[in-house]
Design a protein around this ligand. Structure first.
Ligand code: 5GP
Length: 120
């Protein structure tokens, strides 16, 4: 296939249906599912189905503009509407020192409670 399987992650197992996930949104480009260790009532992970080199956001090139725009302009609005959120936070932990643990680009969508700022 076209998926970059070198350094496959737990998200590949979710995409393949090998481990279950609580899917909240899906379309041809992206999958969104609830985080297994939620930090708030809504804690959704939004990922591109094809990692396509996007182990992390800092690998993005102009070739990724469509999927990245789709995540922000299509998928996030659908997910926050589903959970009825009018306030929420988007987080990309980009790199190990920023607490990235899964090297398949993902956006955290966090909400459903009053959030504090700044983060640690
Ligand atoms: P990161 O630390 O890379 O920004 O975020 C990875 C997230 O994936 C963490 O919040 C972690 O709880 C979540 N996670 C790890 N393994 C699984 C899993 O098997 N299922 C789900 N739903 N979330 C997972």
């Amino acid at each position: 296939g076209t998926r970059d399987t070198a350094g496959a992650t737990i998200f590949d197992s979710i995409l393949d249906g090998k481990i279950p996930a609580d899917v909240v949104y899906e379309d041809e480009l992206v999958l969104a599912f609830r985080d297994i260790a939620p930090v708030a009532p809504t804690h959704v992970l939004l990922i591109p189905k094809r990692r396509d080199g996007l182990t992390q956001l800092q690998r993005a090139t102009a070739e990724h503009k469509h999927v990245l725009g789709h995540m922000l302009a299509v998928a996030v609005p659908a997910i926050v509407a589903k959970d009825g959120l009018d306030s929420y936070r988007l987080v990309v932990n980009d790199g190990a020192q920023a607490c990235q643990s899964v090297f398949h680009l993902h956006m955290h969508i966090i909400g459903g409670k009053a959030l504090t700022w700044p983060p640690g």
